[in-house]
Design a protein around this ligand. Structure first.
Ligand code: ASP
Length: 350
């Protein structure tokens, strides 16, 4: 089925935009070469954001790249040894959750009360098993709790105190609420409050450079998996849950089609069931992964007012990164290619 990309392009060209605005509005797509038929693939992201080159120091950029590389190499080692997708995703995302440079675990965005509340989910593509937690405040590594929900319960999502209790009962590491809160995040909350003049719903400030984290994996057993973890959006309404723990919205994996992890304005990802719709286009409309991801992120979300990006992976090992934001921290590695990472949307992974 042909998708209406041409119509959108014409509409954008017809408006009086500068070339730079058009390039941004059209989104950026990257399809890294991972070698012929790789045995395993891991792609990760560290969030989509609005921070541009001039706003980020070389030191911050080097730190982001180092953390992304460490996460990739940790997941890749497990995959190379025959580990499963969920094992690799948990190991990789724990590194990013422990780093204060990402909006997950330590360094998570703060809600309107100044609390860090975490959302995470994981899904495996062979049997569509899935697990997630929402609004937890004590779980040190939310992605580990999501995996435990998937593997140790008959449920798909636990929230709030229940998620914290479940993690404690299952011997997962807990942390005091102050562990998650960094001074940078406090400052971002102060800025967001000033910007939104007390109206939380009106807060549309993009997460700066410190983003949500996610991973998609093809393991040696031929299975796809996806995982995503976030603190949500700065100054979010207390109790607000975003797309990251919602299967089909910010996270999805099926061996029939693809694995997707999203980042961006979560309400839009939920309303357009972004992750599932990308995979449904691949499965039922015979679209390429690249075309399906662009259809949702560029042609659907952006005109509706939602910015963000996805990383996606198909059973043949093709990876696509698509975003409509100035940066998408990301990385990729396969059995045939080394770890490569990028920070800005208009640069290639290297
Ligand atoms: N999607 C996340 C949320 O809305 C935030 C992000 O990815 O920046 O909770």
């Amino acid at each position: 089925m042909a998708k209406p990309r041409k119509l959108l392009t014409v509409a954008l060209l017809a408006t009086p935009m500068t070339l730079a605005a058009y390039a941004h509005a059209a989104g950026v797509t990257e399809t890294p070469d991972l070698g012929p038929s790789p045995d395993w693939v891991i792609a990760i992201h560290g969030g989509a954001g609005s921070t541009t080159r001039d706003e980020l120091s070389d030191e911050d950029k080097a730190q982001l790249r180092a953390d992304l590389k460490a996460a990739l190499e940790t997941g890749a080692k497990l995959l190379d040894e025959g580990g499963t997708g969920p094992q690799a995703i948990e190991a990789a995302l724990k590194i990013l959750e422990d780093s204060p440079h990402f909006n997950a675990g330590r360094g998570a965005a703060l809600d309107e009360h100044g609390d860090a509340r975490h959302d995470a989910s994981i899904m495996r593509g062979d049997d569509h098993a899935a697990g997630g937690i929402a609004g937890s405040s004590r779980i040190k590594n939310p992605i580990s709790a999501a995996r435990a929900v998937m593997e140790r319960t008959q449920n798909v999502m636990l929230h709030g105190d229940g998620a914290d209790w479940f993690a404690a009962e299952n011997g997962l590491e807990l942390a005091e609420p102050h562990y998650f809160i960094t001074e940078k995040r406090r400052q971002m909350l102060r800025d967001a409050r000033a910007h939104s003049a007390g109206d939380v719903a009106a807060n549309t400030i993009d997460e700066s450079i410190f983003g949500t984290v996610g991973a998609v994996v093809l393991d040696r057993h031929g299975n796809l998996s996806a995982g995503t973890s976030t603190g949500g959006r700065t100054n979010k309404r207390h109790g607000r849950v975003g797309d990251s723990p919602v299967i089909g919205a910010g996270n999805y994996a099926s061996n029939n089609s693809c694995a997707v992890s999203g980042t961006g304005h979560g309400e839009y990802f939920m309303r357009w069931t972004v992750a599932r719709d990308i995979c449904a286009r691949v499965e039922f409309a015979d679209e390429s992964l690249e075309s399906a991801a662009q259809a949702l992120i560029v042609d659907t979300l952006l005109p509706a007012g939602g910015t963000g990006g996805v990383i996606a992976l198909d059973p043949a090992g093709n990876v696509v990164f698509v975003t409509t934001t100035a940066n998408l921290k990301r990385g990729v590695m396969s059995s045939a290619t080394p770890a490569r990472v990028a920070v800005y949307s208009d640069e290639k992974v290297e």
